[in-house]
Design a protein around this ligand. Structure first.
Ligand SMILES: O=C(O)CCC(=O)C(=O)O
Ligand SMILES: [Fe+2]
Length: 202
C-alpha cells in the first residue's frame, strides 16, 4: 500500500476465479443490458457502456449523475452482486459494511473514460474497489487536484485496485484498452474489457 491509500493488487483473482466471475457477471448483464450513459446537460454519449449490480446503480444521463435502484431501460431492480464480489470486498476493502453498488463498465476498442473523481457517494470514506476482466487497459491516476500530475499504470485481467484513504478522492480514468490482449471473455465479448467498480453509497 502506498501512503495515500492507493493499492494495486496484481493478479488478485486467478484465471479460474476470473472465469467464474465473468460468467456470473455476463449472465446478469443478459438481464440488465448495457446502455450508453451520457454527459449531464450536453447529452454527449460516453464511449463506455454500463449497467449495474446490487441494490443501487450509478446512472449518468442528461439530468445528472446519481444512484438509482432500478435499470433505466427495463425498470427492473438491478441483479444481485455475485458472492465472489462480496467476498472480495470483505477481503480487501477494510470496511465493515458491504458494497451497495457494482458499476459494470464495458470498454470496446476505442472506448475511454476521462479523468474524474468518484464523488456521487455520501460514503466518501469507504474505499472504492475495482476489478479488471478481459483486455488490458491503461489506467491513469492523478491526485486530488484537477490538472495535477498523473501517472499511468496497466491493468490486466484479474487485477484489483483499491482507492482508499486520500486516494479515494484522486482523479483517475482509462486512457485506452489494448484489444486482443486477453482470452478470458467469451468470443462474443472479444475484444473488450469489463471493469467492475464496487462502492458504498450511503
Ligand atoms: O475502468 C476502470 O478501471 C475505472 C472505472 C472508473 O473509474 C469508474 O467507473 O468510476
Ligand atoms: Fe472512477
Amino acid at each position: 500500500m502506498t501512503e495515500d491509500g492507493f493499492r494495486l493488487l496484481p493478479g488478485r483473482l486467478d484465471r479460474a476465479a476470473q472465469s467464474a466471475l465473468a460468467t456470473a457477471v455476463l449472465e446478469r448483464v443478459g438481464r440488465a443490458p448495457l446502455y450508453t450513459p451520457c454527459m449531464p446537460r450536453t447529452g454527449k454519449p460516453m464511449s463506455v457502456r454500463m449497467t449495474n449490480l446490487g441494490p443501487l446503480g450509478w446512472i449518468a444521463d442528461r439530468a445528472g449523475y446519481r444512484y438509482e435502484p432500478v435499470h433505466p431501460g427495463t425498470g427492473a431492480p438491478w441483479p444481485d452482486m455475485p458472492q465472489a464480489l462480496l467476498d472480495l470486498w470483505e477481503a480487501v476493502a477494510g470496511w465493515p459494511e458491504p458494497p451497495q453498488a457494482c458499476l459494470v463498465n464495458w470498454y470496446a476498442p476505442g472506448a475511454r473514460l476521462g479523468l474524474h473523481v468518484d464523488a456521487d457517494e455520501d460514503a466518501r470514506d469507504a474505499p472504492v474497489v475495482s476489478v479488471s476482466l478481459g483486455d488490458r487497459a491503461r489506467f491513469r491516476l492523478g491526485g486530488p487536484q484537477r490538472g495535477g500530475k498523473t501517472r499511468a499504470l496497466d491493468l490486466s485481467s484479474g487485477d484489483v485496485v483499491v482507492l482508499g484513504g486520500a486516494s479515494r478522492r484522486f482523479h483517475h480514468g482509462i486512457d485506452r484498452i489494448y484489444p486482443d490482449t486477453s482470452t478470458l471473455l467469451p468470443p462474443d465479448w472479444r475484444p473488450g474489457r469489463i471493469n467492475l467498480t464496487l462502492r458504498r453509497v450511503d
